[in-house]
Design a binder for this molecule. Structure first.
Ligand SMILES: CC(C)(COP(=O)(O)OP(=O)(O)OC[C@H]1O[C@@H](n2cnc3c(N)ncnc32)[C@H](O)[C@@H]1OP(=O)(O)O)[C@@H](O)C(=O)NCCC(=O)NCCS
Length: 144
């Protein structure tokens, strides 16, 4: 498995991942605009020709906001999500971030467990943050 910066060549595959994984997927236009955003870091995991997962983050000064993490179903539970998050954690540490933070559906035990492995802790809750289906968000933060 290789972790690479997302480029225009990955957009089709990343759109598919978004559509497969989320009820409100990011549009291709939104993903494309991140390619030219100097404050964003979007990474893909690649195996042969296949994009198996992706992660996206935006930095505001020394604060890192993770937008999304998604791994294609056939490739889950093989360390792809961990490899992607590890890259962001390394990036945050190297660049003197104060923290990395994200929102996750309360019921998303897989993602919450993944973040927990990296030291993210529950830092708050947003009631009914999500729709389709309606659900609370848990804020999880890794303090450096
Ligand atoms: C959450 C997600 C990114 C995890 O990716 P992954 O590549 O399967 O994760 P990894 O193989 O690196 O697993 C790391 C840890 O996460 C946890 N985990 C992953 N899948 C899990 C599952 N189905 N059930 C419980 N824990 C799980 C485990 O703690 C696992 O460690 P372990 O394998 O040593 O037990 C993936 O399931 C996914 O894309 N889900 C749909 C999209 C999504 O919910 N994204 C998060 C939005 S906030």
């Amino acid at each position: 498995m290789k972790i690479e910066k997302m480029t225009a060549a990955h957009l089709d595959a990343v759109c598919r991942l978004e559509n497969d994984c989320f009820s409100h997927p990011w549009s291709r236009t939104s993903l494309e605009s991140e390619l030219n955003n100097p404050n964003s870091l979007f990474l893909v995991a690649v195996e042969g020709d296949a994009v198996t997962g992706y992660v996206g983050m935006n930095a505001v000064l020394d604060e890192g906001y993770i937008y999304n993490v998604a791994v294609a179903e056939p490739y889950r539970r093989r360390g792809v999500g961990s490899a992607l998050i590890r890259e962001l954690v390394t990036h945050g540490r190297k660049n003197g971030f104060a923290f990395l933070t994200l929102e996750v559906r309360e019921s998303n035990a897989a993602a919450r467990s993944l973040y927990g492995h990296f030291g993210f802790v529950k830092a708050g809750e947003r009631k009914n943050y999500y729709s389709d289906p309606a659900e609370n968000a848990v804020l999880m933060t890794l303090y450096f």
